[in-house]
Design a protein around this ligand. Structure first.
Ligand SMILES: Nc1ncnc2c1ncn2[C@@H]1O[C@H](COP(=O)(O)OP(=O)(O)OP(=O)(O)O)[C@@H](O)[C@H]1O
Ligand SMILES: Nc1ncnc2c1ncn2[C@@H]1O[C@H](COP(=O)(O)OP(=O)(O)OP(=O)(O)O)[C@@H](O)[C@H]1O
Ligand SMILES: [Mg+2]
Ligand SMILES: [Mg+2]
Lengths: 227, 227
């Protein structure tokens, strides 16, 4: 469903150049659940941003469903992201002036799918244990509740590809397991493809395979017991 | 060093009232390392905000070094927080327009201790593995690097009491262990008092005792192997 071919990404800051990703290639099949691990600063979030078409690589290319993406216009990229991708960012990125419900519905509003999303938003909120907090704004929620709002927002349009950066980082172990089971179930029953960055070895075991990054390159790949 | 006596905290939102904390009492001795655990939404961050004198309880009182705090003026509270307390928030709260170094030095600038903090900031940055990133702004750092900047900022004034909300949530296990060892060492060698909220049972084992919250009350207290 998505592949990265020899991608590199650099950040220039004054006289320094940071090599966040170095000649990295990766191929992810439809309905696969892939975990990405690695030390802090090893390029995990940068990789997720490039696979999510939120930024472009300095070298190499990204193909989504066989289509090269570097030749697409900004508008075409926006439609592709909106219709096919769901994001769970490391820093939530909720809109502070909107309620939890409005944050969750936003991708559906933008895609013109408000009607069918209304029912889905209540089902997902129940599943994630935040149905009682839908009228709260982000500042009126606990850290873990905000993360669950961000997860619900990513799932509202039933996306083909979900990019999740530390989805269980702020959650207690039982809430975290519910989220992982929801993602796992989505992969098996709805055919979702999930790419999840995590520091938690137990969370990574929910995936089909684990990719470990180090200094912007793939250090190793292992299959989990799921596979 | 700090005690909470029968504290309650409510949030009113429209017609709803949320009881975040209910008649909770707690006594923490100087140079003690206490972990606070509990499900998402159980009141951990709210407790930390009240102990950090960032908010006041609806009922009950908080005493710091034997002194009642609810009768203090805003200025007196600000000086007390500045000189005695260090905070590591769940959502970092770094100032986006300042570099990592400027964010770390800020509490020292405000307290007029810039000279001695200059050396300390370099030592702490080395220890936390962010010495190479001091000129970066928060948006130019990875999630884990931002968290380490927030930790360095909390330690810069050698505070008597450190309030940490999920300090290792965004860190890989080896970086997380370095942070926990740093806190543990500070308690034993510098006499710090640390109150740490965490979901991670392994992190909680670094503390002397573990307090578990449920629905705004203390469900249980256990001593760890450290003690
Ligand atoms: N400003 C606020 N307005 C309304 N409700 C709030 C506010 N802040 C917190 N709450 C509610 O109070 C309860 C306790 O929140 P708190 O942030 O203390 O939880 P927590 O234990 O830190 O959870 P987490 O593990 O998810 O961070 C939650 O149910 C939350 O919805
Ligand atoms: N906008 C930017 N400008 C400059 N450097 C950046 C920028 N974004 C990331 N970096 C650097 O690129 C490297 C990779 O960052 P990335 O966010 O991908 O790490 P990560 O593996 O997600 O780490 P963590 O586990 O801490 O979240 C880091 O060393 C970081 O300092
Ligand atoms: Mg990251
Ligand atoms: Mg919290």
């Amino acid at each position: 469903i998505i592949s990265a071919n020899h991608i590199s990404k650099r950040f220039v800051l004054g006289s320094e150049t940071i090599h966040a990703l170095n000649d990295l290639s990766l191929d992810i099949k439809r309905s696969e659940f892939v975990a990405v691990m690695g030390p802090s600063g090893s390029g995990k979030s940068t990789l997720l941003h490039l696979l999510g078409l939120l930024d472009t690589p300095d070298e190499g290319s990204i193909e989504l469903e066989g289509q090269a993406t570097q030749t697409l216009t900004d508008d075409e990229l926006t439609y592709l992201r909106r219709d096919k991708l769901g994001f769970i960012f490391q820093t939530f990125e909720l809109i502070p002036t909107l309620t939890a419900k409005e944050n969750i519905m936003l991708p559906a509003e933008v895609a013109g799918k408000r009607q069918e999303a209304e029912v889905r938003s209540r089902e997902i909120a129940e599943l994630l244990g935040i149905a009682e907090r839908l009228n709260h704004k982000p500042s009126e929620l606990s850290g873990g509740q905000r993360q669950r709002v961000a997860i619900a927002r990513a799932l509202i349009n039933d996306p083909a590809l979900i990019l999740a950066d530390e989805p269980t980082g702020n959650l207690d172990s039982s809430t975290g397991e519910e989220v992982l089971e929801l993602l796992r179930k989505g992969v098996i029953e709805q055919g979702w493809t999930v790419i999840m960055v995590t520091h938690d070895a137990k969370a990574a075991e929910y995936a089909d395979r684990i990719i470990r990054l180090k200094d912007g390159q793939i250090e190793s790949e292992t299959r989990t017991a799921m596979n």
